[in-house]
Design a protein around this ligand. Sequence first.
Ligand code: NZQ
Ligand code: ZN
Length: 383
Amino acid sequence: MLNFSFQNPTKIVFGEGEISKLESLIPQGKRVLLTYGGGSIKQNGVYEQVVKALNGSDFIEFGGIEANPGYETLIKAVALVKQENIDFLLAVGGGSVIDGTKFIAAAAKVDDDPWGILTGKVKVTDALPLGAVLTLPATGSESNGNSVVTRRETQEKLPFSSPLVYPAFAILDPTTTYSLPMRQVSNGIVDAFVHVMEQYLTYPVNAPVQDGFSETLLKTLISEGPKALQNPEAYDIRANIMWAATMALNGLIGQGVPQDWATHMIGHELTALHGMDHAQTLAVLLPSVMAYKKESKRQKLIQYAENVWGLAGSDDDKIDGAILKTRQFFESLSVPTRLSDYQVGAGHIDALVAQLQAHGMVKLGERQDITIDDSRQILEMSL
Ligand code: NZQ
Ligand code: ZN
């Protein structure tokens, strides 16, 4: 196992009705900015529950944070935070609202151009505290220090990470997910699944605790995911998916093991240039990355085939079978796995590769051996 130090400071408050605990979770005397997205929380009763739970606390609102949160929008919230002397942020929504709110938290404390937070030019040394009410299990953003922001003007989608933007608390009420459109339920399952794969499907370092946790999360998503699509209001199914998605990217399973993330980094360029949903990019790219890196991931692919899918036969059969099962799983959730399904063709690959180069994504994967040329081949395999 590799060395690590691990701390996850987010307090998780899980279960039906737990939004009512909000007032006690926000430190007293704070002036709060409640952030949200395009309005789903005003249609499914979550907004009412939040306002009731705030119980007359001092708050104002900022709505309209888009899916793939927009830099141009978030900058307006930063101005509002400064103007209104906000000292606590409450994100209510999915990964986009939470990621966007993390960016607001960090940008409110910098004097330089806040875009530098995303290009790496500005170091995050301070941030406003934030809390989250999660309505879409997928990203793990509710208890990690990551954020991904899109600048539409330049078609760039860039991540930043800081221990200072972990939410102080996250409320996870599975009933808030009943109103999700099926496309978002599927997207969330695929995203969480791929988060586990990015931390698991690398090479062995004798880490049976991390591997066992990862395999359990994958099997939970495989068994419960399709059920959630069939029975949208089955509480236990939603609860298990919600907890699996949080555990997939709260840092735990990735400690002490190599991590890949090539699928995510190439995927960000597909969202930025072609507007594909985050999970759609992953469903297309992961099977290609698995196949392309078959030799260097060989041992873990065999372990994955046996322990997650119960496959037998020759090693090569297991590997090919596991890649096929993965693709079929995504397809069974109605997430197509070919670029052509999203009107992206061979003629688009040059521009995607140029963006990867421009963003320094030239040594990807757990061995940093996925060069620009390899990314090109992975994209070509995904057509
Ligand atoms: O905006 P509203 O009206 O709320 O609607 C949203 C949005 O249209 C809707 N929705 C959310 N909860 C709902 C609901 N509709 C009905 N009922 C509910 N309960 O769903 C749509 C998608 O929401 P979004 O927040 O964009 O989805 P998701 O949670 O999948 O977040 C995706 C973003 O997170 C980033 C992605 O790149 C993408 O920008 N990621 C963040 C990560 C992190 N912070 O660690 C890691 C991930 O790999 C990912 O990159
Ligand atoms: Zn993801």
